[in-house]
Design a protein around this ligand. Structure first.
Ligand SMILES: Nc1ncnc2c1ncn2[C@@H]1O[C@H](COP(=O)(O)OP(=O)(O)O)[C@@H](O)[C@H]1O
Ligand SMILES: [Mg+2]
Length: 426
């Protein structure tokens, strides 16, 4: 813009503010209507836009996450007693602890919530998951380095042993430490298990403020204390089994609330019935039922959506364990007169982690167990029979449920059992 046009603008007189025109007098009727509209608008808050399907899916993944452990106590349902045992045993009495239970039963979740409580009480908590094939040194060195605040000098010419660890820790452990060894069952080398047990015993004997919490499935932790009877005195043993029905319903209610979806009574009951108190299965079945509801453009999780969700869960699991899935399908299809026995086997294994022949005390049970043997670990000496895949019993129960209710299940979910496929063809 040329300079003079700027000057011309400055010289131009500024517009004077004009008095506002007076509002035209309204008719009484119009004024009354306007007031009514204003009052209605003030009373009714603007309704938020309904969530999109993507927003709902992300809320479902969060509200019913079955792949990540719980870390806050407000989301840990039905484990109050176990938390108290851990707090009392480890934080108050200075014990070590063993947390054991099936996959998906909530061991890591319990350990993580406990870790937060210990942290609040001033403990330093070091958490790690064990790797298969780790020797004792590889397993324990990272904890000791972290505890020391810097890498420690270890003997270069021989393997690290429990005494080395105690010697390294002794001058450094001025605060109270908790070392959580999650997935301890992945350590199958008995020499490493033996060294960890010796380390626990030496830490206790020397009254050092370092407490070990080993977490794993039962077989792994049994191996840890086998041959170390004296360790039991220094150990809080916390079995993790099924959660009570009320806790299952609490998980469903909390997740449903966070997503803004409701579950019908029938779907809540069905999920609780099939999950047998396993928080993993509860969350998995709920999440897949909710996804099904979105697909159907509905907002209420009813029985058909639940059954379809459970069918998805079974099919997904079958992709990871095709052999067991095929075996269960065959055993269910060929034993219809004995479905109640199959249900007893699945429920007992899901609830306790194992079945005893003695408890079944039935020749029909024997026969079905022998048909399922390729999916089982049979410890004849202890009379303990467990599923190799500890997540499997609930899926077998879901397949059985589909077979029992096949007339109620619509076509698109029949694949749960693929009942129409001829068994003889396999
Ligand atoms: N007490 C519980 N309340 C609610 N959800 C739980 C509880 N325990 C476990 N979960 C959920 O179940 C799933 C499996 O839990 P996790 O702690 O990883 O089991 P584990 O370590 O025994 O395999 C996770 O998604 C977790 O969020
Ligand atoms: Mg775990």
């Amino acid at each position: 813009m040329p300079l003079f046009s700027w000057i011309a603008r400055w010289l131009r007189p500024k517009p004077q503010p004009q008095p506002k025109p007076k509002p035209k007098p309204q008719s009484k009727e119009l004024a009354r209507r306007m007031a009514a509209i204003r009052a209605a608008a003030a009373a009714e808050p603007a309704t938020p836009a309904p969530p999109t399907a993507d927003m709902l899916r992300s809320a479902i993944r969060k509200g019913f996450n079955s792949t990540q452990p719980v870390t806050s106590s407000s989301h840990l349902h039905g484990r109050q007693e176990q938390l108290e045992l851990l707090v009392e045993g480890v934080l108050d009495r200075g014990n070590h602890a063993l947390i054991y239970g099936a996959r998906g039963s909530g061991k890591t979740s319990l350990a993580r919530v406990f870790a937060n409580m210990a942290d609040d009480r001033g403990f330093v908590v070091l958490y790690s998951a064990c790797e298969p094939d780790q020797d004792f040194g590889a397993l324990i060195r990272p904890y000791v380095d972290a505890l020391a605040g810097a890498p420690v000098d270890w003997p270069a010419d021989r393997p690290v042993n429990p005494r080395d660890v105690v010697e390294q820790i002794a001058p450094r452990a001025r605060r109270r430490f908790i070392l959580i060894l999650d997935e301890f069952d992945r350590i199958t080398d008995s020499a490493v298990q033996h060294d960890v047990a010796r380390l626990m015993k030496m830490l206790s004997d020397a009254a050092m403020p370092v407490h070990i919490v080993a977490v794993g499935i039962a077989a792994g932790v049994d191996a840890l204390i086998a041959g170390h009877a004296s360790l039991r005195r220094h150990m809080s043993v916390i079995p993790i089994s099924r959660i009570e029905s009320q806790a299952v319903f609490d998980i469903i209610a909390k997740g449903a609330g966070s997503i803004g979806m409701g579950f019908t009574d029938a779907s809540r009951e069905t999920i609780a019935h099939l999950a047998c108190g396993s928080p993993y299965h509860v969350r998995l079945f709920c999440a897949l039922a909710c996804f099904e509801v979105i697909k159907r453009k509905e907002r209420k999780v009813d029985l058909p959506a639940t059954l379809a969700g459970v069918a998805r869960a079974v099919n997904d699991w079958a992709l990871t364990n095709a052999e067991d899935a095929a075996l269960f399908r065959k055993v269910i299809a060929t034993n219809s007169p004995h479905w109640s026995m199959i249900e007893t086997i699945a429920r007992t294994a899901a609830a306790h982690g194992f079945i005893t022949r003695h408890a079944l005390a039935d020749e029909r049970g024997e026969r079905i167990l022998s048909q399922l043997r390729d999916a089982l670990i049979i410890d004849a000496a202890e009379d303990r029979i467990a599923f190799q895949d500890s997540l499997a019993p609930q899926f077998m129960l879901a397949m059985l449920f589909a077979a029992q209710n096949s007339e109620k299940i619509d076509e698109n979910i029949i694949s749960m059992n693929d009942l129409h496929r001829p068994i003889a063809a396999e």
